[in-house]
Design a protein around this ligand. Sequence first.
Ligand code: GLY
Length: 362
Amino acid sequence: MKTLTVDLPGRGYDIRIGAGLLARAGELCRGALPNASRLFVVTDSHVGPLYLGRVLPALKAAGFETAVSEIPAGEHSKSPAMLARLWEEMMAFGLTRTDAVAALGGGVVGDLAGFAAATILRGVDFIQIPTTLLAQVDSSVGGKVAVDLQHGKNLAGAFWQPRLVLMDPDTLETLDEGTFSDGMAEVIKYGCIADRDFFDFLTAHPSRGGVMGEIERVLYTCCDIKRRVVMEDERDTGLRMILNFGHTIGHAFELAGHYETWTHGQAVAAGMSWAARLGERLKVTPPGTAEELQGLLSAFRLPLDIPCGGETMAEAVGVDKKGKGDEITVILLSRIGAAAPTRMKKAELLSRLKQLREEERT
Ligand code: GLY
């Protein structure tokens, strides 16, 4: 088992990474929650049948009284209505302020259960047990929890750090190809923004089998980068923005597909490819970077481009949480392995992107 510590004042926690850890969930959760007697477990209709059988007996053996809420799998469950359902179920279970919530599943389960934990009884402890690659390398670490509103994704939420993140790479074996690739977009992102050696390592292992052969190292490296960024900028006012490489343009692609045609990872992959091209055009990024990145994205069957009209792009840039007035911070690369946050006018960004699109057509 590998351990990383997210060292935050008064709310530090460990990230435990290791094959077979689900079966040790009881002792590990007990270590993080010495005084809790009840644990409310949130999972989904896909993950529950696969892994509850391993996790619940371990929790019970460690002395937790458990209740399970199994939500329908899918993004539509990340809603205020589902949040309200969880609140009522938690009260019906008799949850008190010394008890806790555990999220067993991917990003939707983690974000929803985390926000429920942040808000029920004005906040109870929370454990993340992420089971997808995307949740293991990104959403389970760092304390961002939220639900979606009709106006957009993650618009109602909180910063609520977990007490423990427990990841068992064995759970990745049951992911379909698309869901695995989806997570690879975020994995590749870490190499781009912070670690050239890691990018080279991925380039030398350009397949699911290659990555799974070294999965603990991959999870450790990604979580270590994220942990360091979060420790420096928990509230996302500065450095944490670098985690958004590929996301501003990616959000436009997600919007263009009404959040259904393209997964988050696919949209981020195409967004990173565009951000690299934009960086080259602005002479922030060395020539050849986009081609190198595109080679790695293609190896994991991730898209390099997604059809998107100018109006949709403008809408996404307009609502970007990293925007301020008519300016926006776009994350470019000064090279593979180093992010270059670049402030620019939203109008300039949109006209540059339009220009790139037109050049592509000719
Ligand atoms: N997923 C980006 C962040 O945690 O800041």
